[in-house]
Design a protein around this ligand. Structure first.
Ligand code: HEC
Ligand code: HEC
Length: 385
């Protein structure tokens, strides 16, 4: 995977570790799967060429999609219905069809594909979430006295058409606000230490090592051991003790955005088309929402402070066979670090989870050993028979 690919989509970070690494590894109990994980680990290309039915035992609908897209599809389903994996799966036996909701979910996938084929020229307009909206049992009757409405994006966007600044000029102002290209380029490594809250009720220590142009590893010191999220310029991975999950191409692309130390300089070149509209208020700050688009990839949404021009929020999406999985990162507590403004606090939110990192100490242009960015060996192969 090269840097052009890297400049596209997204998703990254830690949390997925807990839910996903464990599960992905559990799903790979067979010796055959363990070997394939080993292969993926040595290869620089993160995406396995295997199809889902080659890797998993009981695929009937999603059988021809790449195997590394099954877990993202499962995350999408879980988020759409607001349920855990166990709602449909028997523990440690994901292939079994013992639970009724799993069987129903297959029919629902076919229904969804049919609705889109027959009504929307095969565009994925309707997804599980369209009906389920975060619940297992979709509502079919309008609620009484419901005040909440969908965001009024169209109205706002239309009424302020004249006053809207150009997206490109907002991106330029953002670069200037963080210190300008010269200052950004002068920082070639960054080591941050701080704390993380939101995963369980403890506050835990986190260390982040970044090296230009695009290597980054964050290490969370959990009670159970280290939890790692990393991207080494080619491929990303997540790990918890004895478990490693190599990111697929879309996940790596997200990790790459986080790792890009010159993001403020590069952002404009990542998408061919940018648009602006008024964004929602974030912590009392008025924002502009700048959206990057590129045919065939999910959009990137950036919210800039109308006063400081700093980036307050990024929303990005990782595609899956059933729909987009969203990640939102809110940036705050910007401070000067050697001529560059960087956020000392950020909150990463995904459906069903959220955590905040507060940086306490930053060192820049210190040596960071390349050995840190070598993916860990794949889990030990099962004993030979
Ligand atoms: C609403 C039901 C539902 C939920 C929730 C769900 N799954 Fe699935 N899962 C399915 C269905 C249906 C299939 C089979 C798809 C097919 O036949 O193409 C499947 C297949 C799988 C497989 C392949 C198993 C095999 O070997 O055949 C794995 C692994 C898996 N799911 C993991 C997960 C994980 C991890 C989660 C939680 C993040 C999850 N699933 C949540 C319905 C669900
Ligand atoms: C067009 C609307 C629609 C779409 C799209 C849709 N569903 Fe459903 N789904 C329903 C309705 C309606 C029910 C029945 C609700 C009830 O039992 O109260 C249902 C029921 C289910 C159930 C059974 C819940 C239970 O515990 O009884 C599962 C599981 C489910 N859907 C999964 C999915 C998945 C996965 C997708 C996407 C692949 C999906 N649905 C897409 C409308 C939809």
């Amino acid at each position: 995977m090269n840097r052009t690919v890297c400049k596209r989509l997204f998703v990254s970070t830690l949390f997925v570790v807990v839910a996903l690494v464990v599960v992905a590894a559990r799903a790979q109990n067979s010796p055959q799967a363990a070997t394939s994980a080993a292969g993926a680990g040595q290869n620089s290309a993160p995406s396995a060429a295997k199809t889902a039915s080659q890797q998993f035992k009981n695929m009937q609908i999603l059988k021809d999609v790449p195997a590394d897209q099954i877990i993202p599809a499962m995350q999408f389903i879980s988020a759409s219905l607001g349920v855990e994996c166990e709602y449909c799966h028997v523990e440690k036996a994901f292939d079994k069809d013992d639970k009724k909701p799993k069987v129903t979910a297959r029919k629902m996938m076919e229904m969804m594909f049919n609705i889109n084929r027959e009504n929307f020229e095969d565009h994925r307009e309707v997804t599980c979430f369209t009906c389920h909206q975060g619940g297992a049992h979709p509502a079919s009757i309008p609620a009484v006295g419901l005040q909440e409405r969908l965001p009024e994006m169209t109205k706002d966007a239309a009424s302020s058409e004249a006053a809207k600044p150009w997206a490109e000029s907002l991106l330029d102002k953002y670069l200037a606000a963080v210190g300008g290209a010269g200052a950004v380029k002068r920082v070639t490594s960054r080591v941050e230490k701080g704390s993380l809250t939101g995963l369980g009720d403890q506050t835990v220590a986190i260390e982040i090592f970044a090296k230009a142009p695009d290597k980054r590893i964050s290490v969370v010191h959990m009670k159970e051991g280290e939890s790692v999220t990393a991207y080494n310029g080619k491929v990303g991975w997540l790990s918890v003790p004895r478990r490693v999950h190599m990111m697929n191409a879309a996940e790596s692309a997200g990790a790459c955005l986080d790792a890009d130390m010159e993001f403020a300089m590069h952002v404009k070149t990542l998408y061919p088309k940018w648009t602006t509209m008024p964004g929602e208020k974030i912590d009392d700050h008025e924002t502009w929402l700048v959206v990057g688009r590129k045919e065939g990839t999910p959009p990137l949404k950036l919210y800039f402070d109308q006063n400081s021009n700093l980036l307050l929020r990024m929303v990005r999406y990782t595609d899956s066979p059933l729909g987009y999985n969203p990640t939102q990162i809110d940036y705050a507590d910007y401070r000067d670090a050697g001529g560059v403004k960087i956020p000392y606090r950020w909150t990463i939110s995904r459906p069903g989870n959220k955590f905040t990192v507060q940086v306490e100490q930053v060192e820049q242009n210190v040596p960071v050993d390349d050995a840190k960015f070598v993916p860990p060996p794949p889990p030990a192969a099962p004993p030979a028979h």
